[in-house]
Design a binder for this molecule. Structure first.
Ligand SMILES: [Zn+2]
Length: 412
């Protein structure tokens, strides 16, 4: 499994200058190759004998001319332009496969970055050695073990980070979840203690089926959001091209980065906590696109980044040999009574608490949804019990084909 760990760097002034220069070279090489690609592609259309553009050919072509035409490229690691063109090749592959739009030119100051391949740098504890530069301090040590594949140094507001990608050999190298117990002991599993349902919400970040208090969203966010609004208003009043505008822009970028870091931290803590405690995790397959159309929901959904939540859960569960069960998109986790299985016709978002018209049980909207997701995960475990013996090779994500028919609702 390929994992990335993004670590803040502590460069001195000379090192920060080098980073900016290397990112500039990478951007130039990327844009040069993108322009060449278009030109050579047009040429090959008119002349069938002319070769189609490729990243390997473009790398050779740039190497042949850079000493003459772009001597300033030689001041930084040769990896910076080379890897940028390889990334362009990947961008074109994604485009041809229909996964992405046609590659765009990179802009200065927008996600400035450069990548170094693993034969060109070394990591030693909390420092990294970059070619032509020497050792740079990292704020923490690399969290994963395995073969280091590449390092990407990037700027976020006024700080520099390195993202190290690691190929971890054994995906389940972390201790199993606390409630997992021995897999041969089915009693624990039968009680469902190792299973949890997680409802991601609007009012809270997440509600668990355990009945514990819902996990609130990151708190600092609201206060910072007010500051953000003030700063953006201030920015629009500054004269274009002025030094004051530049400074205001930098302050705004810094605040954006801080808010993003706070959110990311809350999300990581939540997904680590859940995968540490539970072996099987039932979650919803949210129709985020549909929900984004609802303007009231859009803000909170964007804030809580459901896709990122699901991605983190999946890889963190896999690292402990656990699994994530995703409910069918049409699985009515909110509208169904978790006590008797009765499904309501409608349940407006404003209704936080409701009583089942059939069995009379009063539900908290989010807890009820979480319990339904847990039951869904339990039933999929039972129906997929043939897989239980597979041990570590178990699938990390199982998508039950038709959840509605399988689920039997037993009161919890
Ligand atoms: Zn009921």
């Amino acid at each position: 499994m390929i994992l990335a760990h993004k670590i803040a760097l502590d460069p001195n002034n000379a090192q920060a200058t080098y980073f900016a220069r290397a990112a500039g070279v990478a951007r130039f090489a990327y844009n040069w190759a993108l322009a060449e690609w278009g030109r050579q592609y047009e040429a090959s259309k008119n002349n069938p004998a002319a070769p189609k553009p490729s990243q390997a050919a473009l790398r050779r072509q740039l190497n042949a001319i850079k000493r003459e035409q772009f001597p300033w490229m030689l001041e930084v690691t040769k990896n910076a332009p080379q890897m940028a063109i390889m990334q362009l090749g990947q961008a074109f592959q994604n485009f041809f496969a229909g996964r992405a739009k046609y590659p765009q030119f990179r802009k200065k100051g927008v996600h400035d970055r450069f990548t170094v391949s693993n034969d060109q740098f070394a990591v030693d504890g909390s420092r990294i050695r970059i070619p032509n530069l020497g050792w740079v301090r990292m704020r923490e040590t690399l969290r994963f073990t395995g073969k280091i594949m590449s390092a990407t140094v990037s700027r976020v507001a006024d700080r520099w980070f390195v993202s190290l990608t690691v190929d971890t050999p054994d995906t389940s190298h972390l201790p199993p979840a606390e409630n997992q117990g021995s897999r041969s002991d089915t009693s624990l599993s039968a009680q469902g203690k190792d299973v949890v349902g997680v409802d991601l919400g609007v009012s809270a970040l997440a509600t668990l089926s355990t009945g514990e208090p819902p996990i609130p969203g990151p708190k600092a966010h609201k206060a910072l959001l007010n500051r953000l609004r003030r700063l953006s208003r201030g920015l629009s009043r500054k004269v274009k091209g002025s030094a004051n505008r530049r400074k205001a822009k930098a302050r705004l970028a810094k605040l954006h980065a801080r808010i993003a870091a706070i959110r990311s931290d809350a999300l990581h803590k939540l997904t680590t906590d859940i995968t540490r405690r539970f072996h099987t995790i039932g979650i919803e397959d949210l129709n985020v696109r549909g929900m984004m159309r609802n303007r009231h929901l859009a803000r909170s959904i964007a804030d809580m980044s459901f896709f990122e939540f699901r991605r983190q859960l999946a890889y963190k569960a896999a690292m402990r040999g656990g699994r994530v069960v995703v409910a069918d998109r049409w699985f009515a986790s909110s509208k169904m009574c978790s006590a008797c299985g009765h499904a309501l016709e409608t349940l407006p978002l404003s209704v936080r608490e409701w009583a089942c018209p059939v069995c009379g049980v009063v539900h908290d909207r989010d807890v009820n949804a979480a319990i339904n997701l847990k039951n869904m995960a339990v039933s999929s475990t039972v129906s997929a019990c043939g897989e239980e013996g597979a041990g570590r090779a178990r699938k990390s994500a199982v998508k039950p084909a038709s959840v509605k028919q399988e689920v039997s609702f037993v009161p919890v």
